[in-house]
Write a protein that binds this ligand. Structure first.
Ligand SMILES: [Zn+2]
Length: 142
């Protein structure tokens, strides 16, 4: 899943938990679940940069709407596992096939299923997930 999808779901869970430690755990757990849902990923650095900008924009909007520390902890812990993917991508020049054994997170190593779905449906599933999460989140923040 895109980082912005992980961030949004982690934010919602963290906000609902209201405790930064629980938020951190829920963010990580949500990453595994979201990675199992069929989705498309990107492989170009420019898409990763756009995704990072989207996370920062979602973070800004969330803070403006009143998201607390627990929500932000949940959001960033939801994104945290993909840091190893980003680092591997940058170190390998974009070829992650040889890097598989270096991953740690279960949904990246293959220990837990990582769903795949070609665009446009792999993108549509993420937009739908973000939309549903934002609808729930906006109801709890306002
Ligand atoms: Zn991931």
């Amino acid at each position: 899943m895109y980082a912005v999808t992980h961030f949004t779901v982690g934010l919602m869970l963290g906000q609902a938990a209201g405790n930064p430690y629980a938020a951190f755990a829920l963010g990580l757990a949500s990453h595994v679940i979201l990675d199992a849902i069929p989705h498309s990923d990107y492989s170009k650095t420019i898409h990763g940069i756009a995704d990072f900008v989207a996370v920062m924009a979602a973070c800004y909007v969330s803070v403006r709407l009143g998201a607390g520390a627990s929500g932000l902890v949940g959001g960033f812990s939801g994104v945290l596992p993909d840091l190893e993917v980003a680092i591997a991508h940058l170190r390998s020049g974009g070829d992650l096939s040889a890097q598989k054994c270096r991953f740690f997170f279960p949904s990246h190593t293959g220990l837990v299923r990582h769903g795949r779905l070609r665009p446009p449906w792999g993108i549509v599933t993420q937009i739908a997930a973000v939309g549903a999460v934002w609808a729930v989140l906006s109801g709890s923040l306002i």
